[in-house]
Design a protein around this ligand. Sequence first.
Ligand code: F6R
Length: 626
Amino acid sequence: MSARTSPATQFEKIPVVIHPSAAEAAAALAAEVRDLILERRAQGKAAVLGLATGSTPVPFYRELVRLHREEGLSFHDVITFNLDEYYGLARDHRESYFRFMQEQLFAHIDLKPENIHLPDGTVPLDGVFNHCAAYEQAIVDAGGIDLQILGIGRTGHIGFNEPGSSQDSLTRLIPLDLVTRQDAAPDFLREENVPRFAITMGVGTILRARKLVLMAWGGNKADIVAKAVEGPETEAVSASFLQSHPDARFVLNADAAGALTRIRLPWLVGRAEWTPKEIRRAVLWLALTDKKPVLKLRDGEYNEHGMAELLTRYGNAYNLNIEIFNRQQHTITGWPGGKPNADDTHRPERAAPFPKTVLVFAPEPQDDSLGMGGTIERLVSQGHDVHVCYMAGGDLRVTDAEAVRFARVLLETAEQQSGGWSEQTEYARGVLEEIETKGPFGDPPARLRRLKALIRRGEARDSALTLGVKPGQIRFLDLPFYTEGRYRQFRLSEADIAAVGSVLATLRPHQIYITGNLADPSSVQGVAFQAFQAAWEARAGQAWRKHCHVWLYRGQQTEFAPHEIQMAIPMSPDQLSHKLSAVQKFQSHTVPELLDGERNRVTARLYDALGTAEYEAIEAFRRWEG
Ligand code: F6R
């Protein structure tokens, strides 16, 4: 039975392959591309590849480079066409897609420059139409695209075909959607710097490729992926047009597949394996869907939603309800470090030892206070030995204007000293000059990045102190993957893993908290987590590790859903305001929508809706078992 027609995938209108990780998916796809190149070469033809930019294809390009370097795969006769380019950016611009492709792929393989095609972002407005027509013609002249690689934007775009793009649209100039511009904001430092237009292949151009592979990694893509795969074909989600292509498929990791019916609601497609986790998920889903507290769910509601089997197991709804209610109730605790001398049978964390050594990792400054500020404060006030460790410097989020302000203060201070502080004066002038010379989009020199990291560091320190962390227990790792990298292009190295490992070795904590964003493996949080994971695994045999619990929190991503939460730390209105005052210490960059504590209020409202308890706000955690 093909995946398309099995009961589990009955709602899926495009074939979907789910891989355990992005790296494995990328390796399989790269092998397919290798086979295609060799097959076309054997036929005396050139393989024509359609390429995409963004963070998604990065692991795939790394694998192609590896195949070239280590397995001798040549690209000498391969022809490439990229999907799109920002309008207004020259090829050497730091954020141009041309430069991205050079850095990620072209410079590392033997592709001929004349075989590389990208739309030109600098053609004058009155030349755009002809330029786009010529791009279409070049694809036709090359014999059409054999395999087109795609990513998907949160708007459902492929290429830059934003909502509203028609199925037969061709290469053209298009305004970028607000969500797309927000997603690109970190690359350009702020939203207003993101170009407003791009030149993109049309949906029609893309659909003419003989084979289409759309890749997506991470939970932040899960909803839009499900819409494209299971929803109607619609201009509102241009990726949904892949449904009518004869040879298109989605290649996903488990997180990006998370909202497909077979994964999200498997009991609706006859595929549920009723593990304790799955039962909890199903019951909470039913309660929230039917807007009833868990203890009020009845047999009929279970039957109507494909969960009759659960009733058979438990005898009746009441037995099932009470079990799930108790489990949810037991996630709530005011004692994140465990309650000393109390029975801990049903508590998320052990009572002993007390006090505990607690290590909070913040991949980027502010992740800690945003995600678990209230919990940090509780841990400190309950007598635990709390250490906060900032992994990345965070300077890429600090604007030039902020650096100018600090450099000017330093300059004035230095100039006012009798005799003058010549070195300091020279330093401050140097920084100001660097900012001037590089312009708004130039690569920031190391010295400027360092100053910005110090600005961020000052804010992080203030914030941690507000939460009661002792000054000597705040660490800054300045991991090299970040210091030497840029958004979407971070690379983990042994030096990162060693730095994280040395903190583990020094502290041998009883509890570790880290933000678990595996949603986007190429994000700062994703790479930082991989550094932690490698350092953790390298210490597999050590005694302290057996007694160490690792808790995941959410930094800037969507909060855990109620069924995922294993520890819920409630906050009173006053505790929430205190937490927010720590979050607000970050002045140089902040995400305004995260500053009002609404996310923690939403979790509290969900607990209330489930009938457990009514609090002002809740911070949520999940155990990581390695
Ligand atoms: C890039 C492109 C876009 C991206 C999409 C996802 O050439 O055409 O459609 O594939 O915006 O971007 P990432 O991979 O950065 O999440």
